[in-house]
Design a protein around this ligand. Structure first.
Ligand code: KIV
Ligand code: ZN
Length: 387
């Protein structure tokens, strides 16, 4: 039996922190229901103390989600934690996620606190959160740039205070996969009470490494990954849920764990998030981009028509697309051209007729990015009338 990797989705919290991506209460509820259908383990619904609107949205999510754990973020202070507790109260399964920065630059320049005060605040926050729920997560903000010795000290104290999930964020997307993996491995090895908590990671994508860093961490002992749909999030975003889940599923030979995610819900949820936020998904985005399962070149199309696995490592249907796509364009070959026309109900009387239609198609493809079914229909009828 493989271990289960917990998928913690923060589209509604960190995702919403993407400039321009704020969502209404109703929109958050629709996305939360889609995440629950996808079997996400933990839904971070928002930051209850951030605004009255976010408090109401977290509460509305807590009122309608029954299977996934509903979580609210809270800074390490009493006001935030009591707000978070009040907002998540209606949920049958609830978590408070409290955090404080642990890197020298954040402690000195932002918090203006001595490291001893930071430890004290973390312990107080976790203890208070535990009076509302047994499920408390503690995050060391900017852990990627924190001193490992200080991380060991504060994490040990947070676990003693009752934290059951310890999250190690790479807040500014600064780490590299081999270093981040090593950091997670050494923390778990060095902290005497580490076995009492699940180690989690939360990676930002400033260098395009959020998914790679998250997977490296999981290979070194992390058992929760925090991520968002379409990789939405602050600045360059967070690790993309769809990429993490499909990397683990597709390379089951490498990963000693799996997730509970129903992957067929990935594309519908991606579309929903994109529609609500107005953030389009780039066509070449892995898994959920319009071209992720589309083939244009003749060599690839011929291969895929003979055997899909020649150029596909996943099935489009497994992530919620209706099918893969052979796109007709100037690089396409005769095999795909003929196959599409046969699907449309056309047959050719002779090889000469096919050759003539194919030549007309190539001329047209030099002028147009993509050839649609209507173009093909016009082209065949012209060829047949010319013969
Ligand atoms: O990036 C970050 O450090 C965060 C924490 C609040 C978990 O979003
Ligand atoms: Zn973050």
């Amino acid at each position: 039996m493989k271990d289960t990797l917990i998928i913690f989705d923060t589209t509604l919290r960190d995702g919403e922190q993407s400039p321009g991506a704020s969502m209404t209460q109703d929109e958050k509820v629709r996305i939360a229901k889609a995440l629950e259908r996808m079997k996400v383990d933990v839904i971070e619904a928002g930051f209850a103390a951030a605004s009255n609107g976010d408090f109401a949205a977290v509460r509305a999510v807590a009122q309608c989600i029954t299977e996934s754990v509903v979580c609210s973020l809270a800074r390490a202070n009493a006001a935030d934690i009591t707000k978070a507790a009040e907002a998540i109260a209606p949920a049958p399964r609830k978590r408070i996620h409290t955090f404080i920065a642990t890197s020298p630059i954040h402690m000195e320049k932002k918090l203006r606190m001595h490291p001893d005060q930071v430890v004290q605040a973390a312990v107080g926050a976790v203890k208070l959160a535990r009076t509302f729920t047994d499920d408390v997560e503690f995050s060391c903000e900017d852990a990627g740039r924190s001193e490992p010795d200080f991380l060991c000290r504060i994490i040990e104290a947070a676990i003693d205070a009752g934290a059951r999930t310890i999250n190690i964020p790479d807040t500014v997307g600064y780490t590299l996969p081999h270093m981040f993996g090593e950091l997670i491995r050494s923390l778990i090895e060095r902290i005497p009470n580490a076995h009492k908590a699940v180690f989690s990671v939360h990676c930002h994508n400033d260098l395009g490494l959020a998914v790679a860093n998250s997977l490296a961490a999981a290979l070194n002992g992390a058992r929760q990954i925090e991520c968002t749909i379409n990789g939405l999030g602050e600045r360059a975003g967070n690790a993309a849920l769809e990429e993490i889940v499909m990397a683990i599923r597709t390379r089951a030979d490498v990963f000693p764990f799996d997730t509970r995610i129903d992957t067929t819900q990935i594309v519908p949820t991606s579309r929903l998030v994109s529609g609500i936020t107005g953030f389009p998904v780039q066509p070449n985005k892995a898994i959920v981009g319009a071209n992720a399962f589309a083939h244009e070149s003749g060599i690839h199309q011929d291969g895929v028509l003979k055997h899909r696995q020649t150029y596909e490592i996943m099935r489009a249907e497994d992530v919620g697309w209706s099918a893969n796509r052979l796109v007709l364009g100037k690089h396409s070959g005769r095999a795909a051209f003929r196959a599409r026309l046969e699907e449309l109900g056309y047959t050719f009387k002779s090889d000469a007729e096919l050759a003539e239609a194919f030549a007309r198609f190539k001329d047209l493809a030099d002028k147009k990015h993509e050839i649609f079914d209507e173009d093909l229909q016009a082209l065949v009828s012209e060829t047949q009338h010319a013969q």
